[in-house]
Design a protein around this ligand. Structure first.
Ligand code: C2E
Ligand code: CA
Ligand code: CA
Length: 646
């Protein structure tokens, strides 16, 4: 039975098949349209599908034929496939010409004749053939019908089309219908028949393999992105013509990249396999599942009335993902974020539908992962906020000249809390009406408009000036960290800007740390490397910010001249409750240290979190202080300076 608690029928077959490859496996299911995965070699995983409701008589019949088939398969495995009989589909009186030229001493049993397509299907259902020879002259297009239906029912069976004319157009038509070769009757001699038989088996084998590879993802065995796009397109077309709805779910495995990077691709691949299995185990047989690439999976539910079945499925999937899987000694429990979009409610085309699901998924992630979200007005609303945004934007264009930006500072401590090592500069916009605006609200706009360059340079200059005051009077050796945006980093004059800031303020280069994000490094160009080398040449420190959220491998990152990794605060956030986050944080710390990098944890809010991060060199977070304006920050520094004197 397909649906069973704990382990479903499909998974069971997947476990048993390698042990008993020649056994026939039957699946009993209520679904009418079934699309089961194939084995790694491209052969079908399930031999027979018995649809409910069934009677004992029907089942017995199916069992009998499938036992026969298994027997045949075992015998065939012992024989060479060239010993299998040939199936001739055509007028029995025509068959002799071919039969006469069959290579083997063709005993009666080695040659079966079907006078029409349906008889051919029947024979092929009961027995394996070496190949089918199909006469295109069969009345009423019966030859093409046989090719098409055999191709569907026995996808493994090589087909030779047989015709009267040596005509390229017919040849091509036969191949398009699904034959692997075309043989002209008048040319059928011992040599050409033998050659065709050998040729088609080989072509078929390659075709099947290519077909499998081009439509499936090698890691999980699920459909790949192109196959999914096609399937989704068909589903949308079906829904359109039947006036039905479909739901698209996009599932992104939370923080998969970190697992992949810190524990290795082997563990990563195995985790993907587990995720894929858990997804398929929790879908109906008719639902389409695919891996779109990376850690992104997509699911299509057809015939839904509204979003409720999609939500139920999303909840089931999230639940199914939670139990930890043991992979190479690591116990990993993965969570996912799911976005849901409905046809035609949210989009009319399959491309748009995917985009909407993606938007919803993004919100699910933002809302704290292990979560799902249905595409909604919330996303649409953003366009109704355009007006508000426009006025906001006109304001921000003048914010720099109106001196509305301020730099706040957050202390960074050694992990034992004893020493203050640095201050991170974090910009805020003091909006004349709204008050303090956090960078998350305006940074994206600064980035996309190019305004970031001026603001970034200003922050750098201001932070260095401020640090110089503290440096002089309070804590010698205290560093200031400044965040760099991609625009700044990729501009032509970064080195000059940094040099000028240091020169003008008198801050020693060793007291400046520049934070760049992981994704920025990933655009690895010769230029990125040169810029980093030049910065190192000035003597400043380089830290990788938000580490663990990007796509990079740590080993790769360390080919750049960097000094410090900042573990992203999202890992710290749940480190007490989420074992994966702990595993990953530990892995980052271990790897970071083995590569001689400083490791700093961000966003530490509680003592409990800190207790789990003792492997780090330093940390920052609300536990010690929020980012504060310069004078308050100065008091914090003074406190530490005084304490250190005692
Ligand atoms: P970031 O570089 O990762 O900065 C750390 C963020 O974490 C800050 O948010 C900080 O207020 C917050 N944070 C610190 N401790 C805790 C904690 O214990 N719990 C929680 N939940 N959060 C904590 P903020 O100031 O809103 O900055 C957000 C982001 O904006 C920064 O992330 C950075 O990427 C960007 N940013 C800020 N200032 C600048 C700047 O001058 N230039 C550039 N290019 N980006 C900046
Ligand atoms: Ca930062
Ligand atoms: Ca960060």
């Amino acid at each position: 039975d397909l649906r069973m608690p704990t382990l479903n029928g499909l998974s069971l077959i997947q476990l048993l098949r390698p042990k008993w490859p020649d056994t026939s496996y039957l699946i009993v299911t209520g679904a009418t349209r079934v699309d089961f995965p194939r084995r790694a070699n491209g052969e079908p995983l399930v031999d027979e599908i018995v649809t409910k409701p069934w009677t004992l008589g029907q089942l017995a019949k199916i069992l009998k034929t499938s036992i026969e088939r298994a027997r045949g398969r075992r015998a065939a495995a012992n024989r060479h496939s060239s010993d299998l009989p040939v199936l001739f589909v055509g007028d029995p009186s025509e068959s002799d010409a071919i039969r006469a030229h069959l290579p083997a001493p063709s005993a009666e049993a080695d040659y079966r004749i079907a006078a029409n397509a349906s008889r051919a299907l029947e024979l092929a259902a009961h027995q394996d053939f070496r190949s089918a020879v199909i006469d295109l002259d069969l009345e009423g297009g019966g030859g093409y019908e046989a090719i098409l239906s055999l191709r569907r029912s026995s996808p493994e069976l090589p087909i030779i089309a047989l015709g009267t004319h040596d005509d390229d157009a017919i040849h091509e038509q036969a191949i398009k219908a699904g034959a692997q070769d075309y043989l002209v009757k008048s040319e059928a001699g011992p040599y050409s028949v033998k050659r065709a038989l050998r040729h088609v088996s080989e072509v078929k084998r390659i075709e099947n393999r290519l077909d499998f590879l081009s439509t499936h993802d090698a890691v999980t065995g699920l459909s790949n992105r192109p196959a999914f796009r096609e399937a989704l397109g068909r589903a949308v077309a079906r829904a359109r013509s039947h006036d039905k709805k479909i739901a698209v779910l996009l599932l992104d495995v939370d923080r998969f990249k970190v697992v992949n990077d810190s524990l290795g691709h082997d563990v990563g691949d195995r985790l993907l396999k587990v995720v894929a299995e858990r997804i398929t185990n929790n879908l109906r047989d008719i639902d389409i599942a695919a891996r779109l690439g990376g850690d992104e999976f997509a699911i299509v539910l057809e015939g839904v009335q509204d979003e409720r079945p999609a939500i139920a499925t999303a909840q089931r999937l999230l639940e199914a993902l939670t139990p930890p899987a043991i992979l190479n000694d690591y116990e990993l429990s993965s969570t996912g974020s799911i976005g849901i979009a409905l046809y035609p409610d949210h989009a009319e085309s399959s491309a748009e539908l995917l985009q909407r699901a993606d938007q919803a998924m993004y919100r699910a992630k933002k809302d704290g992962r292990d979560n799902f979200a249905v595409y909604s007005d919330e996303e649409e609303e953003s366009s109704s906020r355009v007006l508000e945004r426009l006025t906001f934007e006109s304001g921000i264009r003048h914010a720099l000249e109106r001196e509305e930006y301020v730099v706040f500072f957050q202390p960074q401590l050694t992990i034992d809390k004893k020493r203050l090592t640095g201050m991170e500069a974090l910009v805020r916009w003091r909006h004349p009406k709204v008050g303090l605006v956090p960078p998350g609200r305006f940074m994206p706009f600064l980035e996309s408009s190019g305004l970031i360059k001026g603001v970034g340079d200003w922050v750098l200059q201001t932070a260095c000036a401020q640090a110089m005051k503290w440096h002089d009077t309070l804590v010698p050796g205290l560093r200031v960290s400044v965040n760099l945006s991609a625009r700044q980093f990729e501009g032509n004059d970064l080195i000059t800007v940094v040099e000028n800031a240091l020169e003008r303020t008198g801050l020693p280069p060793t007291a400046l740390e520049l934070e760049i994000t992981e994704s920025l490094l990933m655009r690895d160009t010769q230029r990125t490397r040169r810029t980093l080398e030049a910065l190192k040449g000035l003597g400043v420190r380089i830290a990788i910010d938000d580490f663990g959220t990007g796509y990079s491998s740590l080993a790769y990152l360390t080919t750049f001249p960097i000094d410090c990794l900042k573990i992203d605060r999202s890992f710290v956030h749940e480190i007490c409750t989420n074992e994966d986050d702990r595993t990953v944080a530990d892995a980052i710390i271990g790897l970071g240290h083995s590569l001689r990098l400083d490791v700093v944890a961000e966003g530490v809010e509680t003592e409990e979190q800190l207790a789990l991060l003792t492997g780090c060199d330093g940390f920052q977070g609300f536990l010690v202080s929020r980012p504060e304006p310069p004078d308050t920050a100065g008091e914090i520094i003074a406190d530490f300076a005084a304490r250190n004197k005692d």
